[in-house]
Write a protein that binds this ligand. Structure first.
Ligand SMILES: *[C@@H]1O[C@H](CO)[C@@H](O)[C@H](O)[C@H]1NC(C)=O
Ligand SMILES: *[C@@H]1O[C@H](CO)[C@@H](O)[C@H](O)[C@H]1NC(C)=O
Ligand SMILES: *[C@@H]1O[C@H](CO)[C@@H](O)[C@H](O)[C@H]1NC(C)=O
Ligand SMILES: *[C@@H]1O[C@H](CO)[C@@H](O)[C@H](O)[C@H]1NC(C)=O
Length: 294
């Protein structure tokens, strides 16, 4: 008489199915430049998302944190996270990504370049430099900043700087586009910008997202221009205006599937009040939490 003994399991399963959070996928948080999962900022942010959503979440560290976020090339950073997500039992059925600033390019690197990783469903991007930035963020006064300054003052598109300064991988100077396309090692690849080197796998993977939430901060003084959070950018050769995402070649020619996603109604362009990645709790509940719940 095996049947009756199965009943408790069956009803237990029904109970769990009735709790909204229990069917949600876990999420990961990827911090920004100069960040570290053990620091108050990313730690609180992750915990707050967990508290509000009732879903499992993990801040995934890239290498040793602060130092590697500055000096490890982004493709390598993405590779480390690719290894982690592939190994994590908790993510096997899929997961969501919440990116902070530079962490968004690590996240997109995982979505597009990671072979054999679990599927990413929703990608919530807070202040991501998706179409590049036209100046490197100020470093501050820490010891490591002397090194950063030295690197910035030398040829930003040289192999040496490209291999040793993470933000140089998405520095897109409107007055040096040919050099950027030729020498910049990360963003042109991630955005399928080089005509001879477009990889349809990147597009296929990126356009399979269920939701792409692009959050721009109105008072963002770190991202130049701030519209890069929406894939907006300066026109080639000029710093005085920006072109909206829908008028960029990346969108029109659909290099990575942004247009495909947009036409399917899966891109949310969100504008919030605040400085770079300083999201209020109410905006977090409105624009982030819903995408973490089932
Ligand atoms: C982190 O959260 C704790 C308690 O929840 C709070 O006391 C602290 O000020 C927060 N820190 C930051 C940097 O937000
Ligand atoms: C999350 O909830 C726990 C338990 O209620 C609380 O101790 C903690 O301060 C909360 N953290 C944040 C960042 O809100
Ligand atoms: C495209 O990218 C995928 C994923 O990284 C890779 O496996 C494949 O070899 C690449 N194709 C070409 C033609 O480079
Ligand atoms: C931006 O600058 C370019 C040349 O540098 C000029 O031709 C153009 O009119 C300017 N546009 C605006 C909106 O000021």
């Amino acid at each position: 008489m095996a049947a009756p003994s199965l009943m408790p399991f069956f009803s237990l399963a029904l109970v769990f199915a009735a709790i909204p959070g229990s069917l949600s996928l876990p999420f990961i948080v990827l911090h920004g430049l100069g960040g570290q999962c053990s620091h108050q900022g990313p730690k609180n942010f992750t915990q707050l998302l967990i508290n509000y959503s009732g879903v499992e979440g993990y801040c995934l560290e890239v290498g040793n944190g602060v130092w590697d976020s500055w000096f490890m090339p982004l493709e390598k950073q993405a590779g480390l996270i690719c290894d982690k997500v592939t190994e994590m039992e908790e993510l096997k059925k899929g997961y969501n990504i919440v990116g902070l600033s530079q962490g968004n390019l690590v996240g997109r690197g995982v979505i597009e370049l990671c072979d054999g990783g679990p599927p990413v469903k929703n990608f919530v991007s807070l202040g991501g430099p998706h179409a590049g930035i036209a100046s490197v963020p100020l470093c501050g006064t820490a010891i490591l900043c002397h090194l950063v300054d030295k690197l910035i003052k030398s040829d930003i598109y040289s192999d040496y700087v490209q291999d040793h300064l993470a933000p140089s991988g998405y520095l897109k100077l409107p007055n040096a586009i040919p050099k950027y396309l030729e020498k910049c090692k990360f963003l042109p690849k991630l955005n399928n910008e080089r005509p001879q080197a477009r990889n349809s796998t990147y597009k296929e993977r990126f356009s399979s997202l269920q939701n792409l939430v692009l959050i721009m901060f109105e008072q963002d003084a770190i991202l130049v221009p701030k519209e890069t959070s929406w894939f907006g950018q300066y026109p080639d050769g000029a710093f005085n205006s920006t072109i909206p995402p829908q008028q960029t070649k990346l969108y029109i020619e659909d290099w990575i599937g942004l247009k495909t996603l947009d036409e399917a109604g899966r891109v949310k362009y969100i504008r919030v009040d605040g400085e770079h990645i300083k999201i209020s709790n109410s905006d977090m509940r409105k624009y982030v939490i819903p995408y973490l719940q089932g």
